[in-house]
Design a protein around this ligand. Structure first.
Ligand SMILES: *[C@@H]1O[C@H](CO)[C@@H](O)[C@H](O)[C@H]1NC(C)=O
Ligand SMILES: *[C@@H]1O[C@H](CO)[C@@H](O)[C@H](O)[C@H]1NC(C)=O
Ligand SMILES: *[C@@H]1O[C@H](CO)[C@@H](O)[C@H](O)[C@H]1NC(C)=O
Ligand SMILES: *[C@@H]1O[C@H](CO)[C@@H](O)[C@H](O)[C@H]1NC(C)=O
Ligand SMILES: *[C@@H]1O[C@H](CO)[C@@H](O)[C@H](O)[C@H]1NC(C)=O
Ligand SMILES: *[C@@H]1O[C@H](CO)[C@@H](O)[C@H](O)[C@H]1NC(C)=O
Length: 192
């Protein structure tokens, strides 16, 4: 009887370990590599999200590894403002600890797509910016956005921000919430 219980325990332990998928997990807001640990996931999919922020030549590259969020799998997010640029790419994979890939960003098509947007970036204000400057949107960025809210760059404090520029569907739909290096507080306004 004791042996049978032991055997059943061993079998159930094997079944559980076979059904529990793990992914590498980690985050770095200002580096293309991160310290990794292992986390259990509900599904069998993992992801590596890479992000690039360039604000007047001040570049932050961030990486996030975790269980996959299917909403973002395979997506390329793009935001362009005069003197600033934000990009992300999320790569997903299937299998136990499959997210071994490193930082990877897919560059945006630099060809103007015909859409023009007013562009501005002000720090320290929530005021609507009355921009007269226009930029030519490129690649997948086929819509204009206006954002008023708060953002925080790595190593910095929360700042009020008012910005306008070009964006693409995925970056707009999720209100830039995928932003890792520049976490955003709920905007008081986001219009695309
Ligand atoms: C995936 O991301 C979306 C959008 O941010 C969020 O609403 C959803 O809760 C996330 N799902 C998981 C499983 O984290
Ligand atoms: C992201 O870019 C890659 C490479 O160009 C492309 O294969 C993929 O379809 C893009 N994803 C989306 C959702 O557009
Ligand atoms: C933008 O224009 C509006 C209306 O013309 C004005 O109320 C507002 O103060 C202006 N904002 C800035 C930042 O100049
Ligand atoms: C945008 O494109 C037009 C041509 O369609 C060009 O004349 C203009 O200089 C461009 N603007 C900028 C800011 O690059
Ligand atoms: C981000 O990384 C760069 C390059 O390693 C470094 O020079 C910079 O000081 C870092 N910034 C912050 C805020 O940690
Ligand atoms: C952001 O703007 C609000 C409203 O104008 C103000 O109360 C707050 O002090 C500002 N915060 C910062 C960090 O400037």
């Amino acid at each position: 009887m004791k042996n049978l219980v032991t055997l059943l325990c061993m079998i159930s332990a094997l079944v559980v370990s076979a059904l529990t998928y793990k992914c590498y997990s980690g985050f770095s807001s200002n580096s293309t590599t991160c310290k990794e640990s292992e986390v259990e996931c509900l599904g069998n999919r993992c992801m590596t999200a890479s992000q690039y922020v360039d604000r007047k030549g001040n570049v932050f590259k961030s990486i996030l590894k975790s269980c996959a969020n299917e909403t973002f799998c395979g997506t390329n997010g793009s935001v362009a403002i005069k003197n600033a640029m934000y990009r992300f790419y999320v790569k997903c994979c299937t299998g136990h600890l499959c997210n071994t890939d490193g930082y990877e960003l897919i560059s945006e098509d630099p060809t103007p797509n015909g859409v023009k947007c007013p562009s501005a970036y002000f720090i320290g204000t929530f005021e609507k910016c009355n921009s007269t400057k226009e930029i030519n949107c490129t690649g997948s960025m086929n819509r204009c956005f206006q954002y008023r809210g708060q953002a925080r760059y790595p190593g910095d404090t929360w700042k009020n921000v008012s910005a306008k520029g070009c964006t693409n569907y995925i970056a707009c739909k999720y209100n830039f919430k995928n932003i890792m290096a520049v976490p955003e507080r709920p905007g008081i306004e986001i219009i695309c």
